[in-house]
Design a protein around this ligand. Structure first.
Ligand SMILES: Cc1cc2nc3c(=O)[nH]c(=O)nc-3n(C[C@H](O)[C@H](O)[C@H](O)COP(=O)(O)OP(=O)(O)OC[C@H]3O[C@@H](n4cnc5c(N)ncnc54)[C@H](O)[C@@H]3O)c2cc1C
Length: 1160
């Protein structure tokens, strides 16, 4: 399929060749008409499938970390892209500016943003009207006196700046990005410039991006209609002709060009299709820090040619070539410091070793192979007794050659130029049936952590090959496990230790069988599978090739027999094949190095490797029983649909030692297969980047799609972010996906290796944030440390936990402003006491200037601990912190645990410490009441810390805190179905009531409500609930705890006497309904005696309006707030329901929610 870029070139060429008239730019109306055609139909799919999800994913952390967002969009078109983000992100945008030079678009954009129709405005929380400049965004030095864009003059700053398909006319592009970077808010950092660009390449020299992604499958469809093409073609070409007659004539020609290049598909009659690949690149203020790295580490001068065609098309920000381990560490430190990803070049055979605008680390200088004979390196576990240490820049050929000279070998792959990516991701070769995969031979590795930048020694690394300062990681066994099959994802590998085997010699024999038709093809494949391959001993393997040549379909078979002793006989012993197909066409006795040249696709097929000047694209699936009709038929059909005569299927035999390893014993995971089927798209190298290349790649994906349902797994090597890889990635790694996901999350929390084989995302389990509050010397830090230790040791779940003091943030700022010694401020009590008055004054001054300071500090602490499951924060000063802060971390559960100790205990502790503080700065805290009555709100939990020792604190964790990380809560959360755009676009509806429709859902939910209640059910007199959601859970719970149910209904539905109050509509009802905004609710007057203890149960807490009305009603009925508790199934903190309850005087009521959800 021709790309829009090639269409543009062809249209321009046509105009150049045929028209003499000068060109003129399109009018706003002409441009608008062309644009509308572009984004209509399948063009919109690019927005839905790529742009909007990528943008949402990219911006969510930034938006969640800010209270308000200011946005600048450049070249918006008629609608703001931000208007398509999920509702909770859109509502954060408070300031919006746009540059849109097309006057029509600018007007339409303004109307759209200011719409006051029934549907919510796309950016509903703007504090001022949108500021839309109907002019282009230009660089300051271009701004003439009369064409000011205002960009320099008022120096506006933004959190996000967006270029969506608007960089085409901007030259040089990197200058525009640099200008935009200057316009990002300087503090807090983290603002972003995001660019979406059509047609692949986006060369932004010298800038390192924070993230990049591509969407090669974008397609634009255009109606094959004169009128439509007459609008579309000038839009793509970018001009019309001044002379009316010439213009008319060129449009006729342009229609022909469109029709010649546009692809027609049966399922889209009347449409012309053009490929429209898209890329995204996002930059932060750190984008210009490349010189910092280049000053420390050597780089590759000029262009580096890698083997892979796809990678060659990517222009990296730079290719760094470390020559020492510390250089690799410097690369990682730089990447971590600036929040950017890195790619790594091994043998350069994958499409992921170079990425546009990303720094690549070329390991080529680490090219040594060391062979350690028995005794040099301890127990090797190999049959030769020798170990082989191969550095990460070695190629397969280097290792095979060097080891062979020492009489040993390592099972690797079939091509000599392939590098570390092979053994780190699997490694299927001719010795696999005898010795296993290449990764199975790994016994140790040296790796630089992408989390800490430490050099790690994993497993068996002979002492002479351990770099100075290398440490053994805590999770060494996990890492060694991961290295065997997913080793490109967790760190930059410096070297690998292999066990080795005696170097064999090989006898290779080839058969080439012409196939007269599909039936014969199927029969021959069946014979090959059942009568030949399955009968072979483990030291033999048989590879098959299905290919066409000169109009004839062939089955090629190579049999490899390995032997530790030399093959001497001139005539090989007969094989089962001889009886079926006759003697082989040729045979050879070769060593491991010469073996590379005997491969059938190198030596025989297609004139020997397509004449040598070809490019290829491969994907690999694992198949069983290839001789069965259903599999064989599909294989034969697959080669029949090849788009180029050079495409073929290669079937490499597995089984034997490969299948002997348990699927979960190594990360590789896919073990149960007879053949690895490599679907190989090949085209002449001089057709790289053309339609021929694209068709071959698409053929590979079509075939994999067709075979997917039959396969027992997919090879993870070289899968990437291409959406067409997603289905394959889901089949890679067998049962190991969840473990790998968790490891990736732990070991590469910053996603430094963002471009390695994509592992599944760890299911986003909720973080638990515990605010540890209380008076000075109550023992908050001590308790927090004990609780952390219990979480970490928790046996039923592997958890990470950390305690952080929020006051450290202000100490840091104070130290930076005054020159005080930060480490002494943090750790030296006397020094801190000396600075305390100045520190307090500094804090008060900062708080006056930055009213949102507490929120900023809170968010800094939370985002500084993204890697932990449980975060404990000490040193909070805020009153009712859960109500005040939970909306800032809507995806996390926030609890406040107040540590209490008597005055006497605290005095003693103060004495023990020899000072008057236990180490926090919370002396003046508002929540310093010695008991609950002194507080005008209620903490989530209270811990009585009067006893000495840590036993009580441990028991408290087990009894009161661990239930929040219980699997049952996760199970309950998984039962809540999510529906996008319901009841309105932009709302992500969570069907909390739907829990009751799931098998066991109601029982699980009521049991959790019962056990999570922090009060005493024996003292509860009634369970109250308001229709409708509350009824379902409250009645089941009331039955379970044997307490009467008090239903609250709409006025008029209950028998008198009743009490009633007005209730506004709930959040979702108000979105869904056009009815009046409020109604009355009531309950029977005498049904609960005055002073009774009541638990109110509801399905959802969002805005809190319903619960406020219920509490008012209970109050009317004589039930005081001190006798009421609230339990809800799900809470949506973004709506700040707790805060509303507090403002309405119900802050002292205990509110517990089983689940917490971000979103609406
Ligand atoms: C012609 C050809 C023949 C092949 N033959 C076989 C075969 O016989 N058997 C088989 O199993 N596979 C085979 N493959 C697939 C091959 O294993 C993968 O393409 C593999 O990823 C290539 O590794 P590389 O180092 O050459 O490529 P690269 O593109 O340099 O690296 C591949 C991946 O590994 C990562 N990586 C490389 N070095 C490191 C490091 N030191 N630390 C961390 N990550 C690193 C890269 O970032 C990249 O993501 C073949 C591929 C081709 C193109």
């Amino acid at each position: 399929m021709a790309t829009l870029d090639s269409l543009k070139e062809a249209l321009k060429q046509k105009a150049k060749a045929t028209a003499s008239s000068p060109k003129q730019p399109l009018s706003d109306t002409q441009y608008s008409a062309g644009f509308d055609i572009l984004v209509r139909g399948s063009g919109w799919m690019t927005y839905q499938g790529f742009i909007i999800p990528q943008l949402s994913q990219l911006l969510a952390p930034l938006f969640n970390s800010r209270i308000h967002i200011s946005a600048l969009e450049i070249g918006t078109g008629p609608k703001s892209l931000l208007g398509y983000l999920p509702g909770r992100l859109r509502r954060k945008v408070r300031k919006y500016t746009a540059f849109e030079p097309n006057g029509l678009f600018a007007t339409r954009l303004e109307e759209w943003l200011c719409s006051t129709s029934e549907t919510e405005s796309p950016l509903p929380c703007l504090e001022n009207p949108p500021n839309i400049h109907p002019i282009p965004f230009v660089l300051p030095y271009i701004i003439g006196s009369g064409t000011s864009t205002g960009t320099r003059e008022n120096d506006e700053k933004y959190d996000i700046i967006l270029f969506c398909h608007s960089m085409y006319g901007m030259k040089p592009k990197h200058r525009f990005i640099e200008r935009a970077l200057e316009m990002l808010v300087e503090w807090p950092q983290g603002g972003m410039v995001a660019v979406f660009h059509r047609d692949g390449a986006l060369h932004l020299d010298g800038l390192a991006c924070h993230r990049t992604a591509s969407f090669p499958t974008g397609v634009v469809s255009v109606a094959n209609d004169d009128e439509v093409l007459d609008c579309f073609a000038p839009f793509i070409a970018g001009f019309i002709m001044q002379d009316v007659d010439v213009d008319k004539a060129i449009r006729v020609d342009w229609r022909k060009v469109c029709r010649a290049l546009g692809r027609r598909e049966k399922d889209q009659p009347g449409q012309l299709l053009f490929s429209s690949p898209n890329v995204m690149a996002a930059f932060t203020q750190h984008a210009t820090t490349l010189p910092e790295l280049m000053a420390q580490v050597p780089s590759v001068k000029g262009d580096k040619t890698v083997k892979n065609r796809e990678a060659r098309l990517h222009r990296p920000a730079s290719i760094i070539r470390p020559t020492e381990v510390r250089h690799v560490q410097q690369c990682i430190r730089w990447a971590l410091k600036h929040g950017v990803g890195l790619a790594v070049v091994g043998g350069g055979h994958s499409g992921h070793c170079l990425w546009p605008n990303v720094v690549s680390v070329d390991m080529g200088a680490f090219d040594q192979v060391h062979i350690l004979t028995a005794g040099d390196g301890g127990d090797s576990g190999s049959d030769s007794g020798s170990l082989v240490v191969a550095e990460a820049g070695c190629k397969t050929g280097d290792i095979v050659r060097k080891t062979m000279a020492a009489g040993v070998t390592v099972p690797l792959g079939a091509r000599p130029s392939v590098g570390a990516g092979l053994w780190l991701q699997g490694g299927i070769g001719h010795l696999a049936r005898l010795h296993g995969l290449a990764c199975d031979a790994i016994v140790g590795a040296v790796m630089v952590s992408v989390d800490s930048s430490q050099v790690l020694c994993i497993g068996c690394v002979p002492s002479q090959h351990r770099p100075a300062g290398a440490v053994r990681p805590e999770n060494e066994s996990d890492l060694l496990w991961a290295m065997k099959g997913a080793g490109t994802n967790f760190g930059i590998v410096i070297s690998v230790t292999f066990k080795s085997y005696a170097a064999p010699t090989y006898l290779t024999r080839n058969w080439v069988v012409p196939l007269s038709d599909n039936l014969e093809a199927r029969l021959r494949l069946s014979d090959f599978d059942k009568l030949i391959a399955r009968k072979l001993h483990w030291n033999c393997s048989a590879d098959a090739y299905l290919y066409w040549e000169a109009g004839q379909l062939y089955l090629g078979v190579t049999m490899f027999e390995s032997s530790a002793t030399r093959f001497t006989s001139v005539t090989p012993t007969p094989t089962p094949v001889d009886a079926i197909w006759g003697p082989q066409d040729d045979f050879k006795a070769v060593d491991g190095v010469s073996l590379f040249e005997t491969e059938m696709y190198v030596s025989r097929m297609h004139g020997g490797h397509g004449g040598g000047k070809t490019s290829s694209f491969k994907r690999c699936l694992f198949l069983k029983r290839i001789g069965e009709a259903n599999v064989a038929d599909r294989l034969v059909a697959a080669v029949e649909t090849r788009p180029s005569p050079l495409c073929y299927l290669h079937l490499l035999q597995g089984g034997g030692a490969v299948g002997d390893v348990a699927a979960d014993a190594t990360a590789f995971g896919c073990r149960d297969w007879d053949f690895a089927c490599v679907i190989t798209g090949v085209w002449p190298r001089d057709q790289d980047g053309t339609e021929a290349a694209r068709s071959a790649v698409q053929w590979v994906y079509n075939v994999t799609g067709d075979l997917l349902s039959l396969c027992s797994g997919a090879y993870g090597a070289d899968l990437g972010p291409d959406p067409r890889d997603a289905a394959l990635a889901a089949k890679a790694f067998g049962p190991n996906r969840p473990r790998l996901a968790r490891l990736k999350h732990r070991l590469d929390p910053g996603n430094v290796l963002a471009y390695a084989c994509p592992l599944p995302k760890a299911p986003m389990e909720q973080k638990l944030i515990i605010l540890v509050t209380g008076k000075s010397c109550a023992g908050k830090d001590y308790c927090a440390d004990v609780w952390v230790s219990v979480f970490i040791r928790c046996t039923h779940k592997s958890l990470t936990a950390r305690a952080v003091s929020i006051s450290d943030a202000i100490k840091r700022e104070y130290a930076a402003a005054t020159g005080a010694d930060l480490s002494r401020l943090l750790w030296d009590r006397a020094y801190k006491e000396q600075h305390r008055p100045a520190l307090t004054t500094f804090f008060q001054g900062q708080a006056r200037q930055r009213p949102r300071l507490p929120e900023e500090h809170f968010l800094n602490v939370v985002y500084g601990a993204v890697d932990v499951d449980v975060l404990l924060i000490t040193g909070m000063r805020d009153e009712a912190p859960v109500a005040a802060l939970s909306h800032l971390v809507p995806d996390s559960r926030l609890l406040e645990v107040q540590v209490q100790a008597s005055e006497r205990t605290r005095r003693i502790r103060r004495g023990c410490y020899g000072g008057d503080s236990d180490g926090d700065d919370n002396k003046d805290s508002n929540n310093s009441g010695s008991n609950l009555t002194a507080l005008n709100y209620r903490p989530s939990l209270i811990f009585d810390n009067n006893t000495t020792g840590n036993e009580a604190a441990k028991r408290f964790t087990e009894h009161s805190l661990l239930p929040f990380v219980n699997e049952d809560l996760q199970r309950l959360a998984n039962m809540v179905r999510q529906l996008p755009d319901f009841p309105r676009p932009g709302i992500e509806f969570r069907h909390v009531l739907g829990i009751s429709q799931q098998p066991g859902g109601l029982a699980l939910c009521t049991s959790l409500l019962q056990t999570h209640f922090t009060g005493d059910w024996a003292k509860v007199n009634a369970v109250a609930c308001c229709e409708v959601g509350g009824f379902v859970y409250a009645s089941a719970l009331a039955l379970r705890v044997d307490v009467p149910l008090v239903p609250i209904r709409e006025a008029g539905k209950l028998p008198p006497p009743t009490v009633s109050v007005i209730k506004p509509l709930s959040h979702i009802s108000s979105l869904a309904s056009n009815n009046s905004k409020e109604k009355r609710i009531e309950m029977e007057r005498e049904v609960v005696p005055r002073g009774a203890s009541v638990v109110v149960v509801d399905d959802v807490l969002s805005t809190g309006e319903t619960l406020c009305a219920v509490l008012q009603l209970l109050d009317e009925a004589g039930i005081g707030t001190e006798d009421v508790s609230i339990m809800v199934v799900a809470e949506f903190p973004v709506h700040r329901g707790r805060e509303l309850l507090r403002q309405r005087g119900f802050g002292r009521i205990n509110i517990q929610s089983l689940l917490v959800f971000g979103g609406a």
